[in-house]
Design a binder for this molecule. Structure first.
Ligand code: UP5
Ligand code: MG
Length: 197
């Protein structure tokens, strides 16, 4: 890890709330590297040599959260690779931490090595989120979890496991909440204001 601690913004919200879309916007406009925990897990799942491929595949399809040791190691490796490649040390970490196991694992492995700036939370009603993911699936996203059955489970997991983590950070005054139900451009106007301040 570099001498200067990397800055981290966690980006949380329900499935389909717009985390990935807005992280792409953030990277275009600000000096941030986007690390999507979900993308890293999907890449690891597709790696023929990975010992975790089957476990990750099942967890994603069932909307369950992969054990933190796997996710945290993927995130740490991606951060190190990115810093070695000279891409800077500001990271938006998308879709993590999403349960208590994630939070504890991150704090233990990465807490002292990173500087958590804030948590960006996209608040968006379930019906809108589900419509977005179903449309994305219908348009050929290829995601094994963009179907009604998986989405029901993803939402259950979000409500029971991830929302308490957002509440935990809110208690520490670390959450910046944005209404994610509007157009992507309108959402980004608010996001920009947060990153510019
Ligand atoms: N869209 C986006 N913004 C829009 C807007 N404002 N108006 C209209 N449409 C909008 O957007 C979703 C869709 O909506 C897209 O088609 C987009 O164009 C459109 P996106 O930006 O992708 O939303 P996002 O919140 O990123 O939705 P995503 O489906 O990626 O959320 P999830 O949190 O469910 O997915 P993730 O990839 O993070 O995780 C998938 C699974 O991996 C989890 O269920 C879990 O099994 C596993 N996982 C872990 O186990 N641990 C982790 O740490 C992370 C993931
Ligand atoms: Mg995403």
């Amino acid at each position: 890890m570099a001498a200067e601690k990397p800055n981290v913004v966690f980006v949380l919200g329900a499935p389909g709330a717009g985390k990935g879309t807005q992280c792409s916007n953030i990277v275009e406009k600000f000096k941030y590297v986007h690390l999507s925990a979900g993308d890293l897990l999907r890449a690891e799942r597709n790696e023929p040599k990975s010992e975790f491929g089957d476990l990750i595949a099942t967890h994603i399809k069932e909307g369950k959260i992969v054990p933190v040791a796997i996710t945290c190691s993927l995130l740490e490796r991606a951060m190190n690779d990115s810093m070695k490649a000279g891409q800077g040390n500001n990271f938006v970490i998308d879709g993590f931490p999403r349960n208590q196991d994630n939070l504890d694992g991150w704090n233990c492995q990465m807490g002292d090595k990173t500087n958590l700036k804030f948590v960006l939370f996209f608040d968006c009603p379930e019906e809108i989120c589900i419509d977005r993911c179903i449309s994305r699936g219908a348009a050929g996203s290829g995601r094994t979890d963009d179907n009604k059955e998986s989405l029901k489970k993803r939402f259950e997991t979000y409500v029971t496991s991830t929302k308490p983590i957002i509440d935990h950070y809110a208690e520490k005054n670390l959450v910046k909440k944005v209404d994610g139900s509007r157009s992507a451009d309108a959402v980004f106007t608010d996001v920009q204001a947060l990153f510019s301040s």
